[in-house]
Design a protein around this ligand. Structure first.
Ligand code: AMP
Ligand code: MG
Length: 390
């Protein structure tokens, strides 16, 4: 049986490689950028006026005749006489011959016989040369990489791409994912279950978790019937890139999933991981590079395996606030609630009643990962955390 780290390494090495597609800018929202975005000109592209007011050539003068007005969207004008000023609007090009902008709030505009003057109304020492000007190229230079490929596109990235005129953008095509619940005991959630049946909550849990990362999954239910499993899984494999199955991978008499996947040419990369919960986890890959995660059916096992091996995880450490004993030679994933205390992330473990106790998860934010090589995990010691909330 392989360790959690070995299993994770195999999963990462065999991640499905998405194709690249070109989409209209707005359709790229939430997707992964597949090209670098380069500044087509300086940011800002000219010395930009940052306040409505007057532009001057700074000297000791405090009264200026208003020579002209420079609006946003006009070509650059020139201050003819350095003793005069230009009225300027936010977003305008700084007029040639000016080096400082004083906002309207700090000047009095006076009209004397048809000629307009601006008089500085604040102490002269408060005016700094170059103030209220956003200099050309001060944010980014032409040719700079503004966005690196591989990042997730948010409205901020959309704005940057719009500003460089990208109306179409290359993205990683989101994978087509199938979520498949297997089991004779399972019924649709709209059905009133018989006493010996249960509703297939796993499909909804996985589809919900996928929706959170921008993937819309197709849902299926297959009963524990070899022929049906073979035919349906063959069809599903044709139309999807990633399969997430739950159930049918343990040692039960009707746990046919590994055998059927093998018959369909999906190569087993591992079956069984030294962990609790989720030990019977099976992972494989088809010849076309499609990946199959066949997860144990117990809801906490299903969810832990999904979070640990499928969800992108940031490295995070938490400090246990309660000592835990766990004897078996397995990595133990304990559901836990996290909270901040004295600047540190703490975790209260909820051992609950095992891998079927998924109601417990509603009180938790993730799983503390307790390594296989120890039996006592002391309060106050930090461990890795697999987060699904917050
Ligand atoms: P299995 O892995 O097929 O042996 O299933 C283990 C346990 O998980 C059984 O009690 C199943 O009823 C339960 N289970 C399997 N699939 C689901 C599902 N989709 N939703 C909720 N429980 C499930
Ligand atoms: Mg089953």
């Amino acid at each position: 049986m392989i360790s959690v780290n070995e299993a994770l390494k195999i999963v990462k090495e065999n991640t499905f490689i998405p194709s690249i597609s070109e989409v209209p800018l707005l359709e790229s929202m939430g997707k992964i950028l597949a090209e670098n975005i380069v500044a087509d000109r300086d940011f800002p592209p000219f010395d930009r006026v940052a306040m409505d007011g007057i532009a001057i050539k700074k000297s000791n003068q405090i009264i200026f005749e208003i020579e002209k007005t420079q609006y946003a969207g006009e070509p650059q004008k020139t201050l003819q006489n350095p003793k005069n000023c230009v009225e300027v609007m936010t977003g305008a090009v700084l007029p040639l011959g000016c080096d400082t902008v004083i906002r309207y709030e700090d000047v009095d505009i006076q009209d004397k016989e048809g000629t307009k003057y601006a008089k500085i109304s604040i102490p002269f020492s408060e005016i700094k040369s170059g103030q209220n000007i956003h200099p050309k190229g001060s944010d980014r230079k032409q040719g700079d990489i503004l966005l690196q490929k591989g990042l997730k596109i948010s409205p901020a990235e959309i704005a940057v791409m719009a500003s460089v005129g990208k109306d179409r953008v290359l993205i990683e095509t989101p994978p087509r994912v199938a979520v498949i619940s297997t089991g004779d005991e399972l019924v649709e959630i709209t059905t009133n279950p018989k006493p010996y049946q249960i509703r297939m909550s796993n499909s909804y849990m996985l589809a919900g978790a996928l929706a959170q990362i921008g993937i819309k999954a197709n849902l299926y239910h297959l009963t524990d019937d070899k022929e049906l499993l073979f035919n349906k899984l063959q069809e599903i494999l044709l139309n999807h890139d990633i399969l997430l199955l739950s159930g049918g991978v343990s040692a039960g008499k009707k746990d046919f999933v590994p055998e059927i996947l093998n018959n369909l040419g999906v190569k087993k990369l591992f079956h069984k991981v030294a962990q609790k919960p989720g030990k019977p986890f099976w992972f494989g890959k088809s010849e076309e590079g499609k990946t199959v995660f066949a997860l144990p059916g117990n809801p906490v096992s299903t969810f832990l395996c999904f979070c640990k091996y499928f969800l992108p995880q940031k490295e995070e450490q938490v400090i246990l606030d309660k000592t835990i004993f766990f004897k078996p030679d397995l990595t133990y994933f304990v559901p836990a609630k996290t909270y901040f205390q004295d600047g540190q992330m703490m975790a209260t473990p909820f051992e609950g009643s095992g891998s079927a106790d998924f109601a417990n998860l509603t009180d938790c934010d993730g799983f503390v990962e307790l390594p296989a090589d120890s039996q006592e995990f002391k309060s106050g010691i930090s461990f890795e955390f697999v987060r699904f909330r917050g």
